[in-house]
Design a protein around this ligand. Structure first.
Ligand code: PRP
Length: 212
């Protein structure tokens, strides 16, 4: 039996993912060792390998078959737009993709003047404003701390993830519109889905039953 490889998203989501995998009997002792600098972890008994990657890289590993399965956020899946199968909503890492800004920006959003939008998610932002709101906006791509942009005058509004809303509140910003709901998804390589169908379907079924 060949190893199945699972790509996990580094950080908060990895811990939550490992928790639910453990509930369905998919464990990996090595990965939970504190302070380890290892990048790849093996469960010999289950013939499974795990690795931790930056969120936006997970769909890339899965598309190219370097990982058979992956777990990452719907935000990343939409933004990366890779050829992968999204097979299950895991119900963890729940948050919202929102247009945010100051209260004053609300007016601007209602009008038709050109607006500047900062975001880590240019594809999602373009799709939302161009295809759903039918208005053109100037999109500025940033890599983090997006809330800074309207405060220092880089842009009028931002499109970003809101989880608790604490970051917005502490910076005098508010949710102006909701773009979509986000949660973590299980994704599968398209060839692996055929070649390892039984094992992969079994994993999907066990995780689905957990949510039912
Ligand atoms: C995310 C997001 C917001 C924040 C929202 O940032 O971009 O800044 O979390 O969470 P909250 O609603 O619970 O305050 P992240 O911590 O991933 O870091 P980043 O700023 O580098 O993107």
């Amino acid at each position: 039996m060949r190893y199945l490889t699972i790509a996990l998203t580094k950080g908060r989501l990895a811990d939550k993912t490992l928790e639910i995998l453990e509930k369905v009997g998919i464990t990996c002792d090595e990965i939970t060792e504190k302070g380890t600098r290892k990048l790849i972890f093996v469960n010999e008994d289950l013939k499974l390998k795990f690795f931790l990657a930056k969120g936006p890289d997970v769909p890339t590993y899965v598309e190219y078959g370097a990982a058979d399965l992956g777990v990452t956020g719907k935000d990343i899946i939409m933004e990366e737009n890779r050829n992968i199968f999204e097979v299950l909503d895991l119900g963890i890492g729940k948050c919202r993709m929102c247009v945010c800004g100051t209260d004053q920006a609300r007016q601007l959003l209602r009008g038709h003047e050109m607006m500047r939008v900062s975001t880590k998610y240019p594809r999602i932002t373009r799709d939302y404003f161009h295809n759903m709101q039918h208005r053109s906006v100037d999109i500025i791509k940033l890599n983090g701390s997006i809330e800074l942009a309207p405060i220092v005058g880089l842009s009028d509004v931002i499109v970003d993830i809101v989880e608790t809303g604490a970051t917005l509140k502490e910076n005098g910003l508010t949710v102006l519109e909701e773009v979509c709901k986000i949660s973590a998804r299980l994704v599968v390589n398209q060839v692996s889905m055929r070649l390892e169908s039984d094992r992969i379907r079994d994993i999907i079924r066990r995780l689905r039953d957990l949510n039912a």
